[in-house]
Design a protein around this ligand. Sequence first.
Ligand code: GNR
Ligand code: NI
Length: 177
Amino acid sequence: MSKRTILSYPDARLHTVAKPVQGVDARIKTLVADMLETMYDANGIGLAATQIDVHERLVVIDVSEERNEPLVLINPEIVWASDEKVVNEEGCLSVPGIYDGVERSTAVRVTALDAEGELQTVEAEGLLAVCIQHELDHLLGKVFVEYLSPLKRNRIKSKLLKQQREEQKLDQREGRR
Ligand code: GNR
Ligand code: NI
């Protein structure tokens, strides 16, 4: 298993639309293992393949307290979403340090293949429902900040670009040593 690099907003690759996984083979199983390692290492509750620059319909989630209930969704499709909606505070590993409210359905039903390629149906509410909708957006090339006002989004963009420039400078100094 190996940890992968998570893309940071604003990065055009985060807006790529993912293609369906063609078969749950050894390559996909390695990818799932790498995504779980990357998600746990970053203390996230979910990770979409898009975030590691792999543009296939694959997400991993773990909303458990103990971090020992991995959920693997391959070719996920939301087959039902509640009309009832609620605003939740969201964050994203690709938008570090930024949290804001996003309106989502309170409950969803999803079909997907699991890590063995078996068809599963997941009924979710609460944090799991939020996370599923957040991750499926990533597969469509959508980052949660796109639900915010253009003013907020532009402020977030500037702040992250500045942070990334500072990090680059530090990395360069490190490299020269
Ligand atoms: O770790 C994460 N926490 C989170 C909190 C509220 C709503 C959504 C999320 S998902 C996020 C991990 C991530 O960026 N997944 O794409
Ligand atoms: Ni995210």
